[in-house]
Design a protein around this ligand. Structure first.
Ligand SMILES: Nc1ncnc2c1ncn2[C@@H]1O[C@H](COP(=O)(O)OP(=O)(O)OP(=O)(O)O)[C@@H](O)[C@H]1O
Ligand SMILES: [Mg+2]
Length: 250
């Protein structure tokens, strides 16, 4: 099996996809055969002409999955890269219920295993944060829980975790909560990447938060990704090479 990292975040929209792409481009630039996966994607766009519910589910376009496929230059099917997709922009457990398609965790694990045989390093983007429910009551590691969470998927995929955090006001609380929950669950947390997902405003919180996090966080801050004006493969790659040290992941 290949090496890899699971990219989670302190929240949705903090830049997991952009950071995943940056890690992939930096690894590829170092000659590593890096692959990507977005195991569950919600908020997918349906192909408009498809009307039947069953076919519609098959034709959902996963924007994160497609972006990562392009960044990693993979020739694999989207059915492996983004095997579980929903139309509603909701937590997977809720979208699955609304769209009446239960999520099979085995499908995700099989897709991951197939890809990880082919790539030296897999970058797996989570959905939302650690405690986003993926499916309803299932056994996780022998104990009965109300839901199977993203953190359970991380355990099943046996991957170390990188937490993406934003630099703006509120991030100290969100980051420490996420890091502490991950550690409490026994996850192998490689560290936090602070991502500037918005143009800098000059706000005092944004300026001081990285230092405060370095001081208070029980795991290392392994990177700071600046705002990338124009999100293209080349720009992400150039920024990643300059600002992210990925050798430690290998
Ligand atoms: N470093 C960055 N520079 C410029 N724009 C960024 C950066 N990071 C994120 N963004 C932008 O912020 C938005 C959210 O980022 P992204 O899609 O990566 O978040 P996410 O955590 O993957 O969200 P989701 O939970 O929906 O998967 C996107 O429009 C993205 O282009
Ligand atoms: Mg994303």
């Amino acid at each position: 099996m290949s090496k890899g990292s699971f990219i989670t975040g302190t929240d949705t929209g903090v830049g997991k996809t952009v950071v995943s792409a940056a890690i992939i481009r930096a690894l590829i630039k170092k000659g590593v055969k890096a692959g990507a996966m977005k195991p569950v994607e919600t908020g997918c766009t349906p192909e408009l002409r498809v009307k039947s519910r069953e076919l519609r589910a098959k034709k959902l376009i996963p924007s994160d999955g497609m972006f990562l496929k392009d960044m990693a230059e993979m020739d694999d099917s989207l059915d492996l890269i983004a095997p579980v997709r929903f139309e509603h922009p909701l937590a997977p457990m809720v979208a699955a219920e609304l769209e009446k398609r239960p999520i099979g965790i085995k499908k995700i694990i099989d897709a991951y295993e197939a890809l990880s045989k082919k790539y030296d390093f897999m970058v797996v983007e989570g959905v939302g944060g650690l405690l986003v429910p993926i499916s309803k009551r299932q056994r996780a590691k022998g104990k009965r829980q109300k839901a199977y969470f993203v953190s359970d998927l991380i355990k099943d995929l046996k991957l170390p975790v990188i937490i993406v955090a934003r630099p703006t006001l509120g991030t100290i609380n969100h980051t420490l909560l996420t890091v502490n929950q991950a550690l409490r669950e026994g996850l192998n947390v490689l560290g936090v990447i602070i991502n500037r997902h918005m143009p800098p405003t000059g706000d005092i919180a944004e300026k001081t938060n990285p230092e405060v996090l370095k001081e208070l966080c029980p795991v290392p801050i392994i990177g700071m990704l600046p705002y990338v004006e124009d999100i293209t493969k080349k720009n992400i790659e150039n920024t990643a090479i300059k600002h992210l040290e990925v050798t430690g992941l290998l």
